[in-house]
Write a protein that binds this ligand. Structure first.
Ligand SMILES: NC(=O)c1ccc[n+]([C@@H]2O[C@H](COP(=O)([O-])OP(=O)(O)OC[C@H]3O[C@@H](n4cnc5c(N)ncnc54)[C@H](OP(=O)(O)O)[C@@H]3O)[C@@H](O)[C@H]2O)c1
Length: 352
């Protein structure tokens, strides 16, 4: 058996950190060697201090890991997965990169930096090589890569299929976002039960910008943003996992509903993002049922890595409309980050 690469999860006790711990169990290339947490957890056994909220059981191998301080010293791993809150990530992630480690981050802290890629291997695997620029500019042996905000994830994958075939000119999107997207303990139950909250702090600017970076072109030194307009509304709803987004899209070239459904359903990733352990199968599933996708029924399609699209139909203003569902803590967070690390390894960017 090939020796697996030891990895650490930073912020392993949170909503996304726990997903990493669960998904890394039995991974063919990576082995969970260390977990870190906030000060109150340091020195305690993961199995005792972590309030486990993932449906699958906590892996036995993780239970006895002792939570370490979130610093590079003492972590003998080449790769770390970060599930830190954005403010903490801003201070900490560069310490790991400058200590020579590759950071695959879920946080928004570095996504807007021109030399940091936001990666979706099904969409823009070529952007991974932006880390060569980052290493040169910052003098780091390690690097920081990010995955997008969980709401942008499925939406960008669907938009990529359309962009390739008929171009994009305008996108209007309304999200219905699951509670787990706010971390643990997240939104108080008395606020969210029997309710919809039509505001998620700082979410709309991210949702309107990140897809344009990921769908932009990598010109060797930097990424030129994709040239389309995007307007969004973000809402928190009383669903545990799975972000649903209702979208209207104006394409540059005209397209029929039947053509759009065919393009979305047959989308294949660029070669570099294909055939990795976490490549979704299929990348996009298009449902023809009139009342799907639904978070509870469809979020685990393709082990939670597939983007589910439904209700593809004509829009009287934009031309085309449809609904996108993506599992926020799997495809939109930990699963996506692991998929990114697989891509970095394939591209020879892990430095080992
Ligand atoms: N939830 C999602 O669906 C989702 C999707 C995509 C991206 N993200 C991003 O992923 C990151 C993690 O999100 P989350 O939902 O998992 O948040 P969370 O549930 O609040 O977890 C945060 C984790 O960071 C730890 N932490 C907090 N302050 C720390 C400090 N000063 N030093 C070290 N560790 C510290 C927490 O430890 P304690 O347990 O001790 O508090 C916990 O393990 C965020 O940047 C978020 O924006 C989340």
């Amino acid at each position: 058996m090939v020796e697996r690469i030891p990895v650490a999860v930073l912020g392993a006790t949170g909503s996304v950190g726990q997903r990493f711990v669960q998904l890394l169990e039995g991974h063919p290339w990576f082995e969970l060697a260390a977990v870190t947490g906030s000060e109150r957890r340091v020195g305690k056994e993961f199995g005792k201090t972590c309030h486990w909220i993932v449906q699958e059981r906590m892996p036995d191998s993780a239970k006895s890991l002792v939570v370490q301080e979130t610093v590079p010293e003492g972590l003998d791993v080449p790769l770390v997965f970060s599930a830190l809150p954005s403010g903490v990530a801003k201070q900490k992630e560069s310490l790991f990169a400058s200590a020579g480690m590759v950071v695959c981050s879920n946080a928004g802290a570095f996504r807007q930096e021109p030399d940091v890629p936001i990666l979706l291997p099904e969409v823009n695997p070529d952007h991974a090589h932006l880390v060569d620029v980052q290493r040169r500019l910052r003098g780091w042996e390690g690097c920081i890569t990010t995955n997008p905000n969980c709401t942008s994830t499925g939406v960008t994958i669907a938009l990529k299929a359309l962009q390739d075939s008929c171009g994009l000119s305008k996108v209007f999107a309304v999200s219905l976002q699951a509670i787990s997207g706010a971390g643990y303990p997240g939104v108080p139950s008395l606020d969210i039960l029997d309710n919809v909250i039509p505001h998620i702090s700082n979410e709309e600017p991210k949702f309107e910008w990140e897809p344009r970076k990921m769908l932009g072109s990598f010109e060797g030194e930097e990424i030129a943003l994709a040239d389309f307009l995007m307007s969004t509304h973000c809402n928190r709803v009383a669903v545990s996992d799975g972000h649903l987004v209702c979208m209207s899209v104006e394409t540059r070239d005209p397209i029929t509903v039947a053509e759009a459904a065919q393009i979305l359903g047959s989308y294949a990733p660029p070669e570099a993002g294909f055939g990795l352990p976490s490549t979704p199968e299929p990348v996009i599933f298009v449902s023809s049922d009139p009342d799907r996708p639904q978070p509870r029924l469809d979020r685990m399609t393709g082990k939670g890595m597939t983007t589910v699209v439904g209700r593809v139909r004509e829009d009287s203003i934009f031309g085309l409309k449809f609904v996108v569902l993506s599992h926020n803590t799997i495809r939109g967070a930990a699963g996506g980050s692991i998929y990114n690390a697989e891509l970095l390894r394939r591209e020879g960017l892990l430095g080992i």
